[in-house]
Design a protein. Structure first.
Length: 181
């Protein structure tokens, strides 16, 4: 959540990359950060309520797994954005293609157990990781710990919304029933 708030504060910043990175590093919480936190918490409340109503809470686990996998994708794919280092630097610098391969393999097997819906979620998570990575590279020159945290939160809410929207292909679908039909 902290990364999401810092990302939101820097999102509207005019100026160069260093200014946006400085805004994210600042410990003060700005207006955009507060609004982002309120919106994400409200959205999660609504989504969890909808998942309970539809009886599709089973989708929460793959969404949580995929949101963490997106962080692995970004840490491997992008350079660390801060020249002076930061708390996220060791995670990004130590991330390797082996981590990415293992993460993808685990997610593929895990999501396969959830049937076609799980594979759709996996595909959507990978698309989001790619788009977010391109934007992070353009706006920040790479990735930081705050950007990884924001990616986690944004992936979660996007995938959860997909599961909870009325008329979604995942509504009323109880993951493993595809194996027995």
């Amino acid at each position: 959540m902290d990364g999401l708030a810092d990302w939101a504060d820097s999102f509207g910043a005019l100026g160069d990359v260093q200014r946006r990175l400085a805004i994210m590093k600042d410990t003060a919480l700005g207006t955009f950060g507060v609004i982002a936190l309120i919106l994400i918490l409200l959205a999660k409340w609504i989504v969890f309520e909808r998942l309970c109503v539809f009886g599709t809470v089973i989708w929460i686990l793959p969404v949580f797994v995929l949101s963490r996998a997106v962080m692995v994708e970004l840490a491997v794919a992008l350079p660390y954005a801060r020249k002076e280092g930061g708390t996220g630097e060791p995670f990004v610098m130590e991330a390797s293609r082996t981590h990415r391969r293992n993460s993808r393999l685990f997610c593929l097997v895990f999501c396969f157990l959830y049937g076609p819906g799980g594979l759709i979620l996996l595909l959507m998570a990978l698309i989001f990781a790619w788009v977010y990575g391109v934007k992070a590279k353009q706006r920040f020159g790479g990735i930081t710990g705050d950007l990884l945290g924001a990616a986690n939160e944004l992936t979660e809410i996007i995938l959860l919304l997909m599961c909870a929207l009325p008329g979604s292909v995942l509504n009323g679908y109880t993951a493993w029933n595809w194996l027995f039909n």
